[in-house]
Design a binder for this molecule. Structure first.
Ligand SMILES: [Zn+2]
Ligand SMILES: [Zn+2]
Length: 336
């Protein structure tokens, strides 16, 4: 089979790799699509010991002896390798499992290869009305923000009851915006330094966020910080109202620094960080997708083959695409 090796320095090599073998509790997946993610950028620049890719959809082609899932099942892959036995896992809060033994695409080979072995419990079967390309959006684009927003709603109330602001209109920010719309939030403001990304947010129903002049009143009960940079976090702090919540979704390779300032010391608010989504939210996330299907699909800005993967990462890192997908079915079996 073909696999993409991230060699570092923006170089990706397509190589022939031995097919993986499913153990008794595993499934062998024929990968259909794998979405590019901002968190892969580091691997693109620095290289990776394993094949990356963690926003994966595919079809089961073989099930281990202990697995009841049938060949032909269309699915997306849940990436935390949870234990399945602890209290968190038994109640469906698998993202909180204290025994997580790595992530698919990070510690276990990911979706930038034609076949993949994962534990059967990491398979999320897709409902018949959601296709394999759409399915990818149910992971980082919908699952991650939806979970973070649900956490925030425990502190600041349901998003339908107030306005919200999104800082950073990349895949996480735009995903958050559409999730909020699907949840009934009527008034969403968006900000991005890139005009085209902000333009996309506005075309999908956001209002441009007025930047706070000094001492302007902070009025937002919910701010989603999806840039991962210090300036974005500072802006979130400026805009969140007392009693409100800042959802820290953005990630970067820079250290997370929150500088002490009078504003930070004197603000009474929630800072919320979330990680991935629990399996007990999956059905609700399917409903969110159905609610705004046409808008979510606009985030899939490009579909290319495994042979396009290096070029597509360059475009993605330059901010030219939102959620490009690698389609693994179209690869010609030619290895240089
Ligand atoms: Zn991701
Ligand atoms: Zn567990």
């Amino acid at each position: 089979m073909l696999a993409a090796i991230f060699k570092g320095n923006e170089e990706i090599e397509i190589v022939d790799k031995e097919m993986p073998v499913a153990g008794p509790d595993d499934v062998l997946i024929k990968v259909s699509y794998c979405g590019l993610c901002g968190s892969d950028k580091r691997l693109f620049y620095q290289g990776s010991a394993i094949v990356p890719g963690h926003e994966i959809s595919g079809v089961i082609v073989q099930s281990g002896a202990n697995v009841s899932l049938k060949a032909g099942t269309k699915a997306i892959i849940y990436i935390p390798l949870f234990c399945g036995k602890c209290v968190e896992c038994r109640t469906g809060n698998n993202n909180r499992c204290p025994n997580i033994n790595g992530l698919v695409g990070w510690q276990l080979p990911g979706g930038y290869e034609e076949y993949l072995v994962v534990p059967a419990r990491n398979v999320i079967p897709l409902p018949p009305d959601i296709s394999l390309d759409e399915g990818v959006l149910l992971l980082d684009t919908i699952g991650t923000p939806a979970h973070g927003i649900r956490l925030c709603s425990k502190c600041v109330g349901h998003p339908a009851t107030g306005k919200a602001a999104i800082i950073g209109c990349g895949p996480l920010g735009l995903g958050s915006m559409l999730v909020l719309q699907a949840m009934g939030c009527q008034e969403i403001y968006a900000y991005d330094v890139a005009e085209d990304r902000l333009g996309l947010a506005i075309s999908l129903g956001a209002r441009p966020l007025p930047l706070p002049a000094q001492n302007q009143e902070a009025t937002f009960p919910l701010i989603i910080e999806a840039t991962g940079n210090e300036r974005g976090r500072q802006l979130a702090l400026d805009l969140v109202k007392a009693g409100g919540a800042v959802l820290l979704l953005g990630e970067s390779n820079n250290p997370w620094i929150i500088k002490p300032s009078p504003k930070l010391r004197r603000k009474d608010c929630f800072y919320i960080r979330s990680f991935y989504f629990p399996l007990n939210e999956v059905d609700d996330n399917f409903k969110i997708f159905r609610e705004k299907r046409d808008s979510f699909k606009k985030l899939i800005s490009k579909v290319g083959s495994l042979l396009d993967i290096e070029t597509m990462h360059k475009e993605f890192c330059a901010g030219k695409t939102i959620k490009p997908l690698i389609k693994l079915e179209t690869v010609m079996h030619e290895v240089k």
